[in-house]
Design a protein around this ligand. Structure first.
Ligand code: NAP
Ligand code: ZN
Length: 353
């Protein structure tokens, strides 16, 4: 198959510095959508990955899995998209299509899922993400960006947003009228989590590592309560109050202090990835029939659903738009918890060379 050359930015080793990088992508196949990348969100997973903290990273690595683009070419069998459409791609660009996960719209759990980058595509080539002038993706893994949604606004929803949305929807389905939700860590995933949970009608408590985001959480994002995790007295007062906690912390952290916030049968849903194993006292779960569960991004169907939900509810993510030549600084700032709340790279507006 012929290939087209694209320009992008890649990490060459685990020093977490991104360099300009030119590489090839396949030409548009019958089921493919080829798009010019417009915007790409910066997820903490990108940082974990370029640092080789969570999965074996293959370099050079072109990160980016909250990608919004404009279609420039479609394959002969593509009828869902046409040239000029605004489209999005999240964390996966392929799966087997045949297993029980794939057949029940949970293809992100397919054992043969193909990650958007640091994966291996069906042609045996390494997959590369959205820090690139263009991408080519099978139509099944492409979503449509609703007309009323600005492309830069859509970017963080494609991974961070749907990571919060999927589990929250399940907690609603447990049948309670008002769900008491906790959001642990007010970063990219966390801030979208607050807005989504509020829009679903949950009562939302933010659990944060400092007092710095209190006003923003309560007044701008609409949270109902705010706890500082290091304040033992405040945490003890809030014991037994939450139905679930969405845990977005990207580091080792003590679980018992959060588990105590749950009511009987409450759940901690882990979405934050700790580079090292976490520990907890089993009594913390046993004595309250509590559980710790995990969740990976969302399906393509859920991602599309979230985009529609976001527009319907009139929500707006808090983003800082930067150019590609700022990306190394952006990663450093993300690391020091200095972003409100998601960097989005203006890829098309950057000089990729
Ligand atoms: P982020 O923007 O850096 O936000 C993480 C937040 O966690 C920070 O804003 C901070 O909030 C808190 N935090 C950071 N370091 C901490 C520490 N050492 N101890 C306690 N709290 C800390 O990251 P993100 O992009 O939202 O991603 C969060 C995590 O989710 C990452 O591990 C990422 O890899 C993972 N993720 C997983 C999925 C999935 O499918 N499961 C999808 C997307 C992301 P406060 O200031 O409020 O404390
Ligand atoms: Zn499968």
């Amino acid at each position: 198959m012929e290939e087209r050359r694209v320009v992008g930015w890649a990490a060459r080793d685990s020093t977490a510095i991104i360099f300009p990088y030119s590489f090839t992508i396949r030409n548009t196949g019958p089921e493919d959508v080829t798009f010019k990348v417009l915007y790409c969100g910066l997820d903490h997973t990108d940082l974990h990955q370029i640092r080789n903290e969570i999965h074996m990273t293959n370099y050079p690595l072109v990160p980016g899995h909250e990608v919004v683009g404009e279609v420039v070419e479609v394959g002969v069998s593509v009828n869902k998209f046409k040239v000029g459409d605004l489209v999005g791609v999240g964390g996966i660009i392929g799966s087997c299509g045949d297993c029980s996960s794939c057949k029940s719209n949970m293809e992100q759990y397919c054992k043969d899922r193909i990650m958007t980058y640091n994966g291996v595509d069906k042609d045996g080539k390494p997959t590369q993400g959205g820090f690139s002038s263009a991408m080519v993706v099978h139509q099944k893994y492409v979503v449509r960006i609703p007309g009323k949604l600005a492309p830069e606004q859509a970017a963080p929803l494609l991974c961070a947003g749907v990571t919060a949305y999927g589990p929250m929807k399940q907690f609603i389905q447990s049948g309670k009228a008002v769900v008491n939700a906790g959001i642990l860590g007010l970063g990219g995933v966390g801030h979208l989590g607050v807005m989504i949970a509020k829009a679903m009608g949950h009562h939302v408590t933010v659990i944060s590592s400092s007092d710095k985001k209190r006003v923003e959480a309560l007044e701008h994002l609409g949270a109902d309560a705010f706890l500082i995790s290091s304040n033992a007295e405040e945490m003890a007062r809030a014991a037994d109050s939450l139905d679930y906690i969405l845990d977005t912390v990207p580091a080792v952290h003590p679980l018992e202090s959060y588990i105590q916030l749950l009511k009987v049968k409450g759940k901690v849903c882990m979405v934050g990835v700790s580079p090292k194993p976490l520990q907890f006292d089993s009594d913390a779960l046993i004595l309250g029939k509590k559980s710790i569960v995990g969740s990976l991004m969302g399906s393509i169907e859920e991602t599309q659903e979230l985009l529609e939900f976001w527009v319907e509810k009139g929500l707006k993510s808090r983003i800082e738009i930067v150019k590609m030549d700022y990306v190394n600084e952006a990663f450093e700032r993300m690391e020091r918890n200095d972003v409100r709340y998601r960097f989005v790279i203006d890829v098309a507006g950057s000089n990729l060379n």
